[in-house]
Design a protein around this ligand. Structure first.
Ligand SMILES: *Cc1c(COP(=O)(O)O)cnc(C)c1O
Length: 421
């Protein structure tokens, strides 16, 4: 099965938008994000209290957070700033899950103050949290299956991952929490990233359901919610297919009936904290061709760089590219599509077959809606681009302005420079 790589609007409209807003920019498609989110919620409607906590780190824009939480999403935060952002969006209480690691006391205090669900990464954090912020009524703990599951395709090599409690620590942790007066318990794991096999997510749920039953037997603790984490992949390549969410849902529902209900653990809530699959395919990086260069290879030089989208340079990740207005032209020239950073890895694509490109052409880099703008950085004095939102009614609004040099210099005190020698 293949995935069609569509533009968020007609090529004509996109060129008009480029006339009004300087490139480069990220643009998000509100309608597509909402439709996709609704599909997810509908697929899991069998599960009472099902909540998708949007992973804020994927696209930390308050306007997008407000749209998603307006449709019933929660927020998955993992840092102080993400908690503050959620708070600024009016998101508080158990609509926030705080899944952090190596956590500073200040962040636990903020999560407690907001009434967020705290998801502990380590057994020593029980005492640390108690000392610095006090223990809340509800605590979730993060499980790392480690070598227990090595050889199982689902996990990869969790024993190499810094996250989570071992099985023994899970049992001890719940017992300690219960003894300290905690009354409500969650169980969490996150074992995959950008995974396209639906069975992975079913296997993850089975693993947590079985563990919840064992926790009940060994400690008497009743787990009220199971969180299978994020990591649902998206088809970056046109020949890939999206994860069949209905299939995942059916598999998890069967496991729930087979494992959770007979153990007397019904009702147990199901949580997810996906970022990528929620906004990834519905965000686009739009850039203009500044230069065409022909040396040992053909180069397209864009006004965007890896500071706007780091994934290709960082992981060699594929991002589909469309030359606006040349959608139907034969892709018969190989180009490296580059940015202007003084790093040779600053390439959005290498040896990509594209139609003949000219200076001034507008190029759209697809699937930049998650872990895109968010991973932006300022190396080489590069400024992060604006973020635009294509509203449901076709209107385009700026939801984050582009950075200016003043933003970059804001942490420097040039007045002191005058008297500095
Ligand atoms: C990054 C992360 C997510 C979101 O991952 P996606 O691949 O964007 O779905 C969810 N939970 C935790 C704990 C994470 O670190």
């Amino acid at each position: 099965m293949a995935t069609e790589k569509k533009l968020p609007c007609s090529p004509k409209k996109l060129l008009e938008i480029c006339g009004r807003f300087p490139t480069p920019f990220h643009i998000y498609d509100e309608r597509a994000i909402i439709e996709n989110f609704r599909r997810l919620i509908k697929a899991f409607s069998w599960s009472e209290g099902f909540t998708e906590y949007f992973a804020v780190k994927a696209t930390p824009n308050p306007f997008l957070l407000k749209i998603l939480t307006g449709h019933g999403a929660g927020a998955d935060c993992s840092s102080l700033t993400e908690l503050l952002l959620a708070e600024r969006c009016g998101i508080t209480g158990e609509t926030i899950i705080f899944t952090s690691n190596d956590t500073p006391a200040e962040e636990f205090r903020k999560a407690r103050q907001l009434g967020a669900i705290i998801n502990l990464d380590d057994i020593t954090h029980i005492a640390y949290l108690e000392r610095h912020a006090g223990l809340p009524d509800l605590i979730s703990v993060r499980y790392n299956p480690g070598p227990l599951r090595s050889g199982n395709a689902i996990i990869g090599h969790p024993e190499e991952a810094k996250y989570g409690f071992t099985r023994e620590q899970i049992m001890e942790g719940y017992a300690v929490l219960q003894q300290k007066g905690v009354r409500r318990f969650g169980l969490h794991t996150m074992v995959a990233s950008n995974e396209l096999d639906p069975q992975y997510f079913v296997d993850t749920a089975v693993m947590l359901y079985e563990l919840a039953v064992e926790v009940l037997r060994e400690t008497g603790v009743r787990i009220e919610s199971v969180n299978i984490g994020g990591g649902i992949g998206i088809p970056y390549k046109p020949q890939q297919a999206a994860v069949d969410i209905e299939l995942v849902s059916r598999g998890i529902r069967d496991a729930y009936k087979r494992i959770v209900v007979p153990a007397g653990l019904h009702p147990m809530k199901l949580f997810m904290e996906c970022g990528r699959m929620i906004t990834g395919p519905y965000g686009y990086l739009v850039a203009k061709v500044l230069h065409i260069k022909k040396t040992f290879k053909n180069y397209i030089g864009l006004d965007a760089s890896m500071a706007n989208l780091m994934r290709p340079a960082l992981y060699g990740a594929y991002h589909h590219i469309t030359v606006v207005g040349k959608e139907e032209a034969p892709a018969n020239i190989d180009y490296d599509v580059t940015g202007s950073l003084c790093e040779n890895c600053d390439k959005f694509a290498i040896d990509r077959a594209l139609p003949e490109v000219e200076e001034g052409d507008i190029m759209v880099i697809h699937d930049a809606g998650a872990h895109g703008h968010a991973m932006g950085f300022n190396y080489n004095g590069k400024l992060r681009s604006a973020e635009l939102l294509l509203r449901k009614n076709g209107e385009v609004v700026e939801i984050r302005r582009a950075e200016t040099p003043e933003d970059l210099f804001a942490t420097l005190d040039f007045d002191r420079l005058a008297t500095f020698s």
